[in-house]
Design a protein around this ligand. Structure first.
Ligand code: HEC
Ligand code: HEC
Ligand code: HEC
Ligand code: HEC
Ligand code: HEC
Length: 409
């Protein structure tokens, strides 16, 4: 988000992962049938290491880099590296940092590269990182290559360790085949601690939900977990993971993925007397469509004559539009809530109209495009400028057409 976002930097500390706190009993080893839960501190200021690694561990077990985890967890690595979590240390993010300084930059990293081990120690450290990023090859290498100069841990964004490692210990969901919770012995990294907290929506809250005290027109800028809680999906025990990590896959597909968005909606065309009606229903989305203030969805209709000339146009926007004016304000909120059905009606067709065309377009990074344009008009320099230009290209490439049909009137 833009610069003012850092006003929410207290955010990470407020996260509620309370369920574990009641059961946790850190000194005494809990019986294996008791779910230890995640400590409150899991998301507060996550540190993956704490001191030296156990002396009998191999270099591979000691490494926090996703490429290292990937040697043994090839499936998760293969999926995760295609996800946006792997791309969270992005040009559009870090290109803003020279104008902010490394301390404010670190506030942004709370969600984009959350481990203590990923933070900047100085402004110089940050500026060097920008240079490395510009030279870094895109994507991740095949398993095995652990080149720290080209691909520092920081650049891996929301890494495996960000969710799974604290104080060298691995944490994960209940063991797949046995459903075991608590400490599970294993042949690598001293086994792991299994808890059902990994299967719950609250697990995602520290980065995908703002506290209520930052509400704008009653709703925080990021309100995904609350939206979910109010939906039938929460009542039916369909968690974020059910949709975004089916069968525990690590793809985390969202609005940037046309297939995912299509899967969440039912789009139907109908003629109704002198009207042409496109109906969009949110059938499988566990929050508002879209949940963030950053995407925009355009619904357009065109009346066409026999040689495809456009005789009339209609346009609607699905968006929660906010702007900053001393404080954040909401201009409008036309998003679809879970289960909501909305009609887009084209009528009063001009004479000669033969066909009508309905198009639904998704602009996932609409808000950021504005931020980048603003930054570029403010005379950015050097690496920052190059990074923001990359971000503009990427944001433009993310636009897609969700639906495009021409129907006889
Ligand atoms: C040398 C191989 C190896 C490396 C490297 C490795 N792991 Fe593991 N990991 C294992 C094995 C073996 C298990 C136990 C699997 C079991 O018993 O279900 C395991 C279990 C886990 C689990 C628990 C899975 C569950 O069922 O809940 C998590 C989470 C995990 N590892 C994360 C990581 C992360 C993150 C890294 C990198 C920072 C990593 N591992 C590096 C071999 C490895
Ligand atoms: C509370 C967690 C959180 C914090 C803190 C945060 N972001 Fe983000 N950011 C997100 C999430 C989640 C997304 C993806 C959803 C979206 O597109 O809005 C995102 C997306 C972005 C994007 C677009 C995608 C990309 O990576 O290029 C940019 C740019 C960005 N953030 C910049 C920032 C900046 C700058 C800061 C600090 C001022 C910041 N963010 C702080 C959670 C956060
Ligand atoms: C954003 C947080 C997040 C990141 C990043 C992440 N994971 Fe996970 N991982 C989870 C959650 C949540 C689950 C449990 C999902 C469920 O139970 O539905 C999980 C499950 C697992 C499991 C158990 C899989 C199984 O089939 O039983 C392993 C192993 C694992 N992750 C390893 C990794 C590795 C390796 C990486 C990096 C390449 C990684 N994770 C990145 C959150 C994350
Ligand atoms: C019933 C399935 C379902 C559930 C439950 C669900 N989502 Fe989604 N989510 C989707 C679909 C489909 C999309 C793509 C359409 C969209 O953007 O709304 C999506 C999009 C997203 C996006 C993209 C950004 C945006 O503006 O839409 C994020 C981030 C996200 N989900 C996070 C979450 C989190 C966090 C939870 C749990 C609190 C969750 N989702 C629960 C189906 C689901
Ligand atoms: C440590 C912070 C963090 C945690 C924890 C986290 N995310 Fe994210 N997530 C992010 C950031 C940052 C982005 C945006 C990456 C980018 O584009 O720069 C993101 C992006 C996403 C997207 C892609 C949205 C899109 O625009 O298409 C989905 C889906 C998503 N997260 C789901 C989840 C789910 C489900 C969980 C819990 C299992 C989760 N996340 C936990 C930080 C986090």
């Amino acid at each position: 988000m833009n610069k003012n976002y850092s006003k929410w930097n207290v955010f990470a500390a407020v996260v509620v992962l309370a369920s574990g706190a009641l059961l946790a009993c850190s000194q005494v080893e809990a019986p294996k049938t008791v779910d230890p839960g995640l400590a409150d501190s899991h998301w507060e200021a996550p540190v993956a290491t704490h001191g030296d690694a156990p002396h009998d561990w191999s270099a591979l077990e000691k490494s926090l880099k996703p490429e290292a985890c990937g040697q043994c967890h090839a499936e998760q690595f293969g999926d995760w590296k295609k996800s946006l979590h792997a791309a969270a240390y992005s040009p559009g993010l870090i290109g803003q940092f020279p104008g902010m300084g490394h301390v404010e930059g670190n506030d942004c990293l709370k969600c984009h590269a959350p481990l203590a081990e990923q933070k900047y120690v100085s402004n110089r450290d940050m500026l060097n990182s920008l240079q490395t990023k510009l030279k870094q090859p895109t994507g991740f290498p095949e398993n095995g290559e652990l080149d720290d100069r080209q691909r520092p841990l920081r650049h891996a964004g929301v890494t495996c360790a960000a969710c799974h490692v604290r104080g060298w210990q691995r944490f994960g969901p209940p063991q797949r085949d046995t459903g075991k919770v608590g400490h599970v012995a294993g042949t690598a990294h001293g086994g792991f601690t299994a808890t059902k907290d990994f299967e719950r929506s609250n697990f995602c809250a520290s980065c995908h939900q703002f506290p209520q005290e930052y509400a704008i027109n009653g709703k925080p800028l990021e309100n995904t977990v609350k939206e979910w809680q109010a939906s039938r999906f929460a009542r039916e025990d369909v968690q974020c993971q059910s949709c975004h990590m089916p069968d525990r896959k690590h793809l985390f597909r969202g609005i940037h993925d046309p297939e995912m968005t299509r899967k969440g909606l039912a789009i139907e065309f109908a003629k109704r007397g002198v009207q042409a009606v496109l109906t969009i229903t949110s059938t499988w989305i566990g929050h508002a469509f879209p949940t963030y203030v950053t995407p925009k969805v355009l619904v357009r209709a065109e009346a066409l004559n026999d040689d495809d000339t456009v005789l009339r146009k209609w346009q609607w926007e699905i968006i929660r539009e906010v702007y900053y004016d001393e404080q954040w304000r909401e201009k409008r909120d036309t998003r679809l809530l879970p289960g909501e059905r909305r009609e887009f009606v084209a009528q009063d067709f001009p004479e000669g109209s033969l066909r009508v065309r309905f198009v639904v377009e998704v602009i996932p990074d609409h808000f950021y495009k504005g931020v980048y344009a603003g930054l570029l008009s403010n005379a950015l320099e050097g690496d920052a400028e190059e990074l923001i230009r990359q971000a503009v290209k990427q944001a433009d490439a993310n636009d897609y057409t969700l639906y495009d049909e021409v129907v006889l009137l």
